[in-house]
Design a protein. Structure first.
Length: 308
């Protein structure tokens, strides 16, 4: 069994008006929780690996864990690099079995972003690998990416057209108000759907991607805080906003923070209630189940259940 690309998944999502969930993975329990939920929901699936995940778990371990999940569940899975910061990491992932890579040139001026993205596209496409680009900057923190609220820039629609035309990228991550991490909004949550519509109009039928789209589910935050955590004032993206974006040209939605919260909440609760427990299987099993439940819920929000 081999990994698939996202090309067919995005075509179907755009046609039918839903988004595919792209879930970040770091270890076996996360992979298992996600894939078990997706199998039950009969949904399409993108599993993505960040630079931090590759550093933590190593490339080979993550690839083989996901291959094992495919063998166990008989799912078709896209293996995607999330936030590749340079050509070298994209090349390593392409050569190492990934079928989709993201080159994040959003921190560069437009022409440098175009040059870097095209370099990756020119290497990836002959090998059958698809490329996600990014334009506009999200506030927040993810791995080693830190962008202040002041620096956050909404995607310029005309620049989006130029980048897509000049690079031949297969999808584009845009900035319309989402952000990385658990503290996404200081005031009322707001996504700029007028900006999304402008980009759609200038790039009709082109797959768009939403990063920083976790909802930071209050119940998980509550469990964390009740069992020794310190997560005051967290704020995520409202789920009705995600559903609305998924009904437009957003056909890939990234989810990471909610998975981390689910795992941490259950482990904290288990340690607090059963301090004598030192068996990792007994605290990782409920964490895995919590991830499965969160993913199952997210698939409904994205509208992609029974779309595989």
């Amino acid at each position: 069994m081999g990994f698939i690309t996202s090309k067919g998944l995005f075509e179907k999502a755009l046609k039918e008006g839903y988004a595919v969930g792209a879930f970040n993975v770091n270890n076996m329990e996360i992979v298992q929780g996600i894939t078990e939920a997706v199998k039950e929901k009969n949904a399409p699936l993108i599993l993505q690996v960040s630079a931090g995940a590759r550093k933590y778990a190593k490339h080979a371990y993550l690839v083989h864990l996901i291959q094992a999940a495919m063998e166990d569940t008989i799912l078709d899975i896209v293996l995607h690099l999330d936030h590749g910061e340079d050509f070298e990491i994209c090349k390593a992932c392409i050569d190492g079995g990934f079928t989709s890579v993201m080159i994040d040139g959003s921190q560069h001026p437009l022409q440098e972003n175009i040059r870097l993205t095209k370099q990756v596209v020119d290497y990836a496409h002959p090998k059958g690998v698809v490329v996600e680009a990014e334009l506009g900057r999200l506030k927040g923190v993810e791995d080693n990416i830190s962008v202040s609220e002041k620096e956050a820039i909404l995607t310029d629609p005309d620049e989006a057209v130029e980048l897509v035309k000049e690079t031949g990228c297969d999808s584009l991550a845009i900035a319309i108000g989402t952000s990385h991490g658990a503290y996404k909004f200081s005031g009322e949550p707001k996504l700029y759907f007028d900006r999304l519509k402008e980009i759609e109009d200038k790039l009709p039928g082109f797959p768009l991607v939403l990063h920083g789209a976790s909802s930071v589910l209050p119940e998980l935050v509550r469990i964390c805080n009740e069992h020794g955590g310190k997560l005051p004032g967290t704020r995520g993206v409202p789920e009705d906003a995600i559903t609305k974006a998924a009904g437009m040209n957003v056909c890939k939605v990234n989810i990471d923070t909610d998975l981390r919260l689910a795992m941490t909440a259950m482990i904290r609760e288990e340690f607090d209630k059963n301090p004598e427990n030192f068996d990792p299987r007994k605290y990782l099993a409920p964490a895995r189940e919590a991830i499965k439940n969160v993913v199952s819920h997210k698939l409904d929000i994205l509208g992609c259940a029974n779309k595989a």
